[in-house]
Design a protein around this ligand. Structure first.
Ligand SMILES: [Zn+2]
Length: 461
């Protein structure tokens, strides 16, 4: 029996691990690789194993870097089941169809380019139809539920504290009289995140496969988000401005709604008009509202106190483009939550175009901003930014709220390893500098067996 590290090993996208036991093959996550177009395309299209020979997929959560290549797997011959929590299965229905639409639009755009004349047409990595077909393979489960995925391979879903439905996986393996316990702890969340419960500790492990996304970095305390958000909103609304919040549709938008609901319920903020201007965020929010049994005690008590956490009367989900335009052109103080999270596309661009030049407004950055994105330029205090081809002076206030990460930071990862006390740790899911920083810190705190595998490496158990 062995674990092979395939994708998302010394990087954070394209997560894939293979567990081999008694001749069976179980794939842990089938994430999409992102990055340079041609390179990512090749990695997503070609698997290092035969998809038809995979017996089952154990899926951790609905982020595209963990689930995004399942449609390609299914299109390439995989016929087994995809085991996930019920919430993850519901979220994947939205995420995979959206990802397929992006693949189709990208291919159509490339095919339109005139300099491609004479070249074969670009085929989408997968289509909406492929995504729909792969969604039929999903089987929903509860946390704590355990099942035999193959003879000698028992797998249990454990709370990850990362996003709604996210699970760590415990594999209990037995082959020819030998036993091994393997824990996959990524994506690993944090204590005290809003809405969801804290991560559970995997113990008694022979091997802990642990993420290292923030192996060398520290976040602000998750509990400080309320105070920061409250002060920022009061400041902007007090001067008659709007608060524009670029946000990812999954989890971050719902976290903002949760914090606003808490602040209103505690009397710290008045009932301000809040517009969720993202059809996808609206769909994801509906899934959250169906999944109360996944929520933590604070969420449930707020819900019993105020009726609805995510869609109280002062929150509007703008469905049509006309409704969105009306919010954009109005000068009434309000809060707008819109995608995309890094301001690269989506309705937030229209709000920024109209609002970025007004010093009364506030652009509140609440998520990671990759290099060379409009969001990153705003954080870096660029005096002018380009939106839809035109230049705009940045006169609005730009504030960064960095208490929102859904990933454990360096200290939280060290604390997790200390509590789990595994015999061996394999670090994955991190850029090389972050992985190395965490490996050194783990060794310094007494973990002698820490490995940093390369893609393709295996550990025999
Ligand atoms: Zn994730």
């Amino acid at each position: 029996m062995r674990v092979q590290f395939i994708g998302g090993v010394n990087t954070v996208t394209g997560s894939q691990h293979l567990v081999e036991i008694n001749g069976a093959r179980i794939l842990r996550d089938c994430g999409m690789s992102q990055g340079r177009r041609a390179e990512a395309r090749a990695m997503n299209e070609h698997f290092s194993f035969e998809p038809g020979e995979i017996d089952a997929v154990a899926l951790s959560h609905a982020h595209i870097d963990h689930c995004g290549n399942i449609p390609t797997l299914a299109r390439s011959g995989f016929r087994g089941a995809v085991h996930a929590t019920t919430a993850t299965a519901l979220l994947c229905d939205i995420m995979l169809k959206d990802s397929a639409r992006i693949q189709e639009q990208d291919a159509a755009y490339l095919n339109q380019k005139t300099n491609r004349q004479g070249e074969p047409p670009v085929i989408p990595l997968y289509t909406v139809e492929d995504a729909v077909r792969s969604l039929r393979l999903f089987k929903g489960h509860r946390y704590g539920e355990s099942m035999e995925l193959a003879p000698g391979a028992r797998m249990t879903f454990v709370e990850a504290g990362h996003i709604l439905g996210a699970a760590l996986h415990l594999f209990e393996l037995e082959e020819a009289g030998r036993k091994a316990r393997i824990g996959f702890a990524f994506d690993l969340g944090r204590k005290n995140l809003p809405i969801i419960r804290d991560p559970d500790i995997l113990t008694g492990l022979d091997l802990l496969v642990l993420e290292s996304t923030y192996g060398g970095r520290l976040h602000a305390d998750a509990t400080s988000a309320d105070d920061h958000l409250c002060a920022a909103v009061k400041r902007a609304i007090g001067r008659g401005g709007k608060v524009l919040i670029p946000s990812f549709a999954l989890e971050r938008a719902q976290e903002i709604l949760y914090h606003l609901s808490t602040l209103v319920s505690d009397g710290r903020l008045p009932e301000l008009p809040v517009y969720v201007d993202s059809p996808m965020a609206a769909s994801v929010t509906r899934v959250f509202e169906k999944c109360h049994d996944y929520m933590d005690a604070d969420y449930l008590s707020l819900r019993s106190k105020s009726g609805s956490v995510m869609s109280p009367p002062w929150v509007r989900f703008t469905a049509s483009v006309d409704e969105s335009k009306a919010v954009t052109s109005s000068n009434r103080p309000c809060i707008v939550i819109a995608g995309s999270g890094m301001c690269e596309n989506g309705r937030i661009l229209h709000h920024l175009k109209h609002g970025i030049g007004n010093p009364d407004n506030l652009v509140l950055i609440v998520g990671f901003q990759a290099g060379h994105t409009l969001g990153r330029r705003l954080i870096e205090k660029a005096p002018k930014v380009r939106i839809f081809g035109d230049w705009f002076n940045v006169r609005a206030e730009v504030d960064v709220l960095n208490a929102f990460s859904g990933h454990a930071d360096r200290n939280e990862l060290l604390e997790y390893a200390r509590a789990a006390r595994p015999a061996q740790i394999a670090l994955v899911h991190g850029e090389p500098d972050q992985r190395l920083a965490l490996a050194e810190a783990l060794r310094a705190s007494g973990n002698t067996r820490v490995i940093m595998p390369e893609p393709g490496d295996s550990v025999e158990l």
